[in-house]
Design a binder for this molecule. Structure first.
Ligand code: PLP
Length: 396
């Protein structure tokens, strides 16, 4: 029997835990009533939905009533950003939104879409070539907005990068935003479930994430909205306390809560994370030893500023698209950009924004693993990666 694929594309999505599948199967069969109905089965579905909300809240140290269930991180992000901008747009006021060029398409494209109907100016923060946001540029950005009498509706910066795995200084950014009375949202889609997250300690106003990135189901997103904050719903309706219309997807919310509960237990044992960091180091050391001139994006940053699961490596002379095809033929899943844009020949927008040479840009590949990836799988993948790179370098 041939071995299955080695999945090194886990930042795109992860396999749902069997406990998640079981809980969702049960919910689909036995909890199909509408949680807004007043009858008993409806109220049972409501009770389970609220239990799920409390578990999701616990993972990020929020209150249950601060969690709004959505269908994806993308929906959470667009809801948070649109709400902030509409508070100004409704009175015909122009405003700025502060972000970075390293955000996921869910942020960048949401803002571009919002900008079509409103008077917003998008201001970008600086970053270095490792992909780390320059916190001081936030102060200068706020100062220039103030000088121009342009109110800042919201600042949005991701917590961890989907392509480089770089963890951003969210707490420092939140502190500066609070000092200037500016709302702060973070896209924590790649951080949640991989590293501990405490919304109180971080000081964020809003936070978005998605369960399928940490072994939950797809179609289950969540948005943290700090207590007392006004949210203009993106989808109107009475559900989710008037913050997100549409009948709640109870099985998906329950599936998300099971994934959150497992993540909480996993995160409580820091030796498990240390062991994952060691696996990433092992992968990097092997690649560096075998492939001359390899460049690891964000590789110079300390461990606390990197996700344990992501290695984005440029192999100059081995074009990424050709590498991906060859790796796929050898049963290895990897990626050369965000999952949503893979298949396109465009190099990754995030890696492009790092300002590196064409050769580095066009040869960057993302390897991302999960909580269950084994050293044996990494040891099987490395010789395949190195031989594909050597073959491509000999042609080019
Ligand atoms: N933000 C980041 C950083 C992501 O990595 C992704 C998905 O890749 C998203 C947002 C969008 O998540 P979803 O597909 O669940 O909407």
């Amino acid at each position: 029997m041939s071995a299955g694929p080695i999945d090194l594309d886990c930042n795109a999505t992860t396999r749902p835990l069997s406990e998640v599948v079981q809980a969702m199967t049960h919910a689909m069969r036995d909890l199909h009533h509408n949680p807004s109905s007043l009858h008993k089965p409806g109220q049972s579905a409501r009770a389970e939905l609220e239990r799920a909300r409390a578990i999701v809240a616990e993972l990020i140290h929020a209150r249950p009533d601060e969690i709004v269930f959505t269908a994806s991180a993308t929906e959470s992000i667009v809801s948070a950003l649109a709400s902030a901008v509409r508070q100004y747009a409704r009175s015909g006021q122009a405003c700025a939104v502060v972000t970075s060029k390293l955000e996921h398409a869910a942020v960048i494209e949401s803002l571009q879409e919002i900008a079509k109907d409103t008077s917003i100016e998008i201001r970008y923060l600086d970053h270095n070539t490792q992909g780390s946001i320059d916190v001081q540029s936030l102060e200068s950005c706020f100062a220039s907005c103030e000088h121009e009498h342009l109110p800042v509706a919201i600042a949005t910066v991701h917590a961890a990068n989907n392509e480089t795995g770089v963890v951003q200084p969210v707490r420092e950014i939140a502190e500066i935003c609070a000092k200037h009375n500016v709302l702060f949202h973070t896209d924590a889609t790649q951080l949640i479930g991989k590293l501990p997250c405490d919304v109180q300690e971080l000081g964020v106003d809003m936070l978005s994430f998605s369960a399928h990135k940490f072994h939950g189901p797809r179609g289950a997103g969540a948005m943290y909205v700090r207590k007392g904050m006004k949210l203009i719903p993106f989808l109107p309706g009475a559900q989710e306390s008037g913050r997100r219309g549409g009948t709640e997807n109870v099985p998906a919310c329950i599936g998300a809560s099971v994934a959150c509960d497992h993540a909480k237990t996993w995160l409580a044992d820091s030796t498990k994370r240390t062991e994952r960091v060691q696996l990433r180091e092992h992968l990097e050391q092997q690649l560096k030893a075998e492939i001359a001139g390899i460049v690891i994006h964000g590789g110079d940053l300390p461990d606390e500023r990197r996700l344990w699961n992501t290695v984005n490596a440029a192999i100059p002379g081995a074009p990424a698209e050709q590498m991906l095809v060859m790796l796929s033929e050898q049963n290895i899943c990897a990626s050369a950009g965000a999952a949503c844009s893979s298949g396109s020949i465009e190099p990754s927008r995030v890696i492009s924004a790092l300002g590196l040479s064409e050769d580095v840009l066009n040869s960057s590949i993302r390897f991302s693993f999960d909580r269950f990836t084994t050293k044996t799988e990494i040891d099987r993948a490395v010789p395949i990666i190195t031989s594909c790179a050597a073959r491509l370098r000999s042609f080019n």
